[in-house]
Design a protein around this ligand. Structure first.
Ligand SMILES: Cc1ncc(COP(=O)(O)O)c(C=O)c1O
Length: 409
C-alpha cells in the first residue's frame, strides 16, 4: 500500500532528538529559542514564537486581540475545522465565506462579510497555495471605518484593537510554510501568520506550530514575543530556563494564561527539517507535483491544482486533484476504487457547514456553491519526500483506472 503522507524520519532526525534527550534539557530551552530565531530569519520577520500547535498558537492570537462574545471572525467555509474551532473556543462567531476556484478565500466575499463586529479575518492557504492575503489586507485597511474597538481591553499594558484600528488579519498558513507571495516568503504579508508543524506537514516537529509577527508600528515585537511567551506558560513571569539562572527562582503570575509551549525535543526535529527544507524537501515535493501535472493536465477528465501563478508559489503540501464531472458519490466511489489498487488518498476537507456541529449552528452548504463544487470533485494524492517516481506513476495509474471504472471513460 502506498501511504498518504508519512513523515521523513532518518538517522539525522533520530540523532538530533537523541542529543536533545541526553542534553539534560527536554522542555522549552535553547533548541526552541534557536528554532524561533531561525523561523523568524527564514520568514523575514522580526519575531517568531514556536508553540505546541497551530491551533493553540492561533487561539492565543484571538485571546490577545480580545476577540470574544459578540465579535465576528471571517473564515472560509472550505477549511479544516481548527480554523473555526478556535473562534468558537473564544466565544465569538465564525462568519463563513465562499472560496475561489483555486480553493482559497474569495476576497470579494470578505469585503461583503465585514461588519462593525468583525474583529479578525482568517484566510487559509489550502494545500500550500497562499490565499490572496495582500488583497485581504487592503480590504481590512479600507474597511477600518467600520471597526469598533473594545475600549476596556488591555493586553500587555496596551489595547491592541485601539493600536491597530481595524480587523486583524491572521493568516492560516498551516500548510504553507515556505510559500511565496510576490517573491517574499510567507510571514511579511498578514499581521500574524500561523504555521503548523503537525506530523503530516511539509516541515514537522511531530506536533507543533509557530507564529510570525508582522504588526505595523507602533507594535513592539520584543514586547509581543514576551507577552505570547507568558501567555503560553500560565501567565508566569519566568519560564523554566530563566528560573535556572542562579538565585532566580522567584516568579509571579500576572494573569491566568494557557499552557502550549514547544519542547526542545520537538525543536530538535524542527531544526533538522529547517536545515534541509529549501534545498531538499521543497525541490522533491515540487518534482512530485510536476510529475502529477504532466499526467493530469493533458487529460480532460481532471482539473489539476494551481501550485504556482504570476504572484504566488505554494509549498507543494497537497496535490488537490479534481475529477471534472464527478458528483460527491462518484468521487467517493473513485476513492474506494483507488484504495483497491493499494494507494491511499484523502479528501481535503469536508467543508465546515457539512460537519454536524457547524450544521447544527445553522450554517448551510447550499450558501457556499464553490466550496461544495470543489469538495465534491476533490481527491488529494500522496506527496511526501520518500515517494519515488515509480510510486508516483503507480498512483497516477491507479487514479486513472479508478476514474475510468466509475465514470465509464
Ligand atoms: C488548514 C489548517 N488549519 C489549521 C490546522 C491545525 O493545525 P495543528 O494540528 O498544528 O493545530 C490544520 C491541521 O491540519 C489545517 O489543515
Amino acid at each position: 500500500m502506498i501511504p498518504f503522507s508519512p513523515p521523513r524520519i532518518d538517522d539525522r532526525t533520530v540523532k538530533a532528538v537523541e542529543e536533545a534527550l541526553r542534553s539534560g534539557w527536554i522542555t522549552t530551552g535553547p533548541r526552541t529559542k534557536e528554532f524561533e530565531k531561525r523561523i523568524a530569519a527564514y520568514c523575514g520577520v522580526k519575531k517568531a514564537i514556536a508553540l505546541n500547535s497551530w491551533t493553540n498558537a492561533c487561539e492565543l492570537v484571538l485571546r490577545w486581540y480580545g476577540v470574544g462574545p459578540g465579535d465576528e471572525v471571517i473564515v472560509p467555509a472550505y477549511t479544516y475545522c481548527a480554523t473555526a474551532n478556535i473562534v468558537m473556543h473564544v466565544g465569538a462567531k465564525p462568519v463563513l465565506v465562499d472560496v475561489l476556484d483555486d480553493f482559497t478565500m474569495d476576497p470579494d466575499a470578505v469585503r461583503h462579510a465585514i461588519t462593525p463586529r468583525t474583529k479578525c479575518i482568517i484566510p487559509v492557504d489550502i494545500g500550500g497555495l497562499p490565499a490572496q492575503v495582500n488583497a485581504i489586507m487592503r480590504i481590512a485597511v479600507e474597511q477600518c471605518g467600520l471597526f469598533t474597538p473594545k475600549l476596556n481591553l488591555r493586553s500587555a499594558g496596551r489595547n491592541p484593537q485601539m493600536l491597530l484600528g481595524r480587523a486583524l488579519v491572521l493568516s492560516d498558513a498551516a500548510h504553507s510554510f515556505g510559500a511565496v507571495i510576490g517573491g517574499q516568503k510567507l510571514g511579511t504579508q498578514a499581521d500574524i501568520t500561523g504555521f503548523s508543524f503537525h506530523a503530516v506537514k511539509n516541515l514537522t516537529t511531530a506536533e507543533g506550530g509557530a507564529l510570525a509577527f508582522n504588526l505595523p508600528v507602533p507594535f513592539d515585537h520584543e514586547e509581543l514575543y514576551r507577552h505570547f511567551n507568558t501567555m503560553s506558560l500560565h501567565g508566569q513571569s519566568k519560564d523554566a530556563l530563566a528560573k535556572t539562572e542562579p538565585g532566580a527562582w522567584r516568579y509571579d503570575v500576572a494573569f491566568p494564561g494557557w499552557k502550549c509551549n514547544m519542547t526542545d525535543l520537538q525543536a530538535a526535529i524542527g531544526l533538522v527539517e529547517l536545515d534541509r527544507y529549501d534545498n531538499d524537501t521543497i525541490p522533491r515535493r515540487r518534482a512530485i507535483c510536476a510529475r502529477y501535472d504532466a499526467a493530469f493536465k493533458s487529460d480532460a477528465r481532471f482539473i489539476a491544482p494551481t501550485m504556482k501563478d504570476a504572484t504566488r508559489e505554494g509549498s507543494y503540501h497537497l496535490y488537490m486533484l479534481r475529477v471534472a464531472k464527478a458528483t460527491e458519490e462518484q468521487r467517493d466511489a473513485i476513492i474506494t476504487a483507488i484504495a483497491k489498487r493499494e494507494v491511499s488518498v484523502n479528501v481535503h476537507f469536508i467543508p465546515l457547514p457539512m460537519l454536524t456541529f457547524y450544521r447544527e449552528q445553522g450554517y448551510r452548504i447550499a450558501e457556499f456553491p464553490r466550496t461544495y463544487g470543489n469538495y465534491c470533485q476533490e481527491i488529494s494524492l500522496p506527496v511526501y519526500y520518500d515517494l519515488t517516481d515509480a510510486q508516483v506513476d503507480e498512483v497516477i495509474a491507479a487514479v486513472k483506472a479508478a476514474t475510468s471504472e466509475v465514470m465509464g471513460s
